[in-house]
Design a protein around this ligand. Sequence first.
Ligand SMILES: C[S@@+](CC[C@H](N)C(=O)[O-])C[C@H]1O[C@@H](n2cnc3c(N)ncnc32)[C@H](O)[C@@H]1O
Length: 261
Amino acid sequence: MSISHLELSSVQHASTFEVVVATQDARLLDEAKQLAQLLGKQNHPTTFIVYFGHGGVEIRRSNRADKKGYKVDFNKIDRRTGAGNLSRKQLFPKAVGNESKTVLDITAGLGADSAMLALMGYTVHAIERSPIISVLLRDGLHRANVNPELRNALGGRLTLDEADSRAIMQNTEGVDVVYMDPMFPPKRKKSALPQGSIQMLQAVVGYDEDIQTKELFDLAMKTAIKRVVVKRPNYAPFFKENPTVVHRGKLVRYEVYGAQK
Ligand SMILES: C[S@@+](CC[C@H](N)C(=O)[O-])C[C@H]1O[C@@H](n2cnc3c(N)ncnc32)[C@H](O)[C@@H]1O
């Protein structure tokens, strides 16, 4: 079933979408209806299908014959502790800080970073402004909480909000760390990029404009009690001169900026 579109969305997406529903699940039907209304009338042919099915919500490229889609699946995160993926010795938790407890992720995207931090024991509130990505995120968290083992591992430490983080930060107090991972243009040409979740995300939300990213950073510096952490690809220039510390990996680095208060 395809739903007709009524209103225009307030968030500009980089592509066009069709909402397709193949489930009777009331939670998903409600989400699909709201999303279709928010997206409004789309140009045809559409580039993506937001597919509401028995296994949850996934996003598919309209031109893919195999109908392979992408959905948020926190169960795929490698949950090895000790010296494994969830070790606090990894670069990411080092940047966030061992003494930090609460993290506001102001660019949640597909939630992988937020979920990692929650699985490591941080209490994370993740904000995403795109209604499409937010639907995927909420569905992913719902399915995670239906899985007893994963729900236990997350420990209720991951919460989500669909909003513009600039508005959220105006009313946020008492958060140790603000984390941001703005979309930065790729180094290589689009056609040379491998297909993956980040490429899908780029196609859906586009790149984050410099002006709003700077606004996010300035507000983050006023909101965080301890520090602001910015994730950047290694080929990108530093977000600001003189970060307090830089934790550099093979492809990305975490720039840490000391809080202003
Ligand atoms: C590169 S992605 C983040 C990927 C994420 N770290 C992950 O693990 O999947 C950046 C995301 O930030 C979101 N974003 C950009 N500006 C925002 C804002 N002002 N408020 C909320 N979300 C925002 C974009 O829609 C996009 O989904």
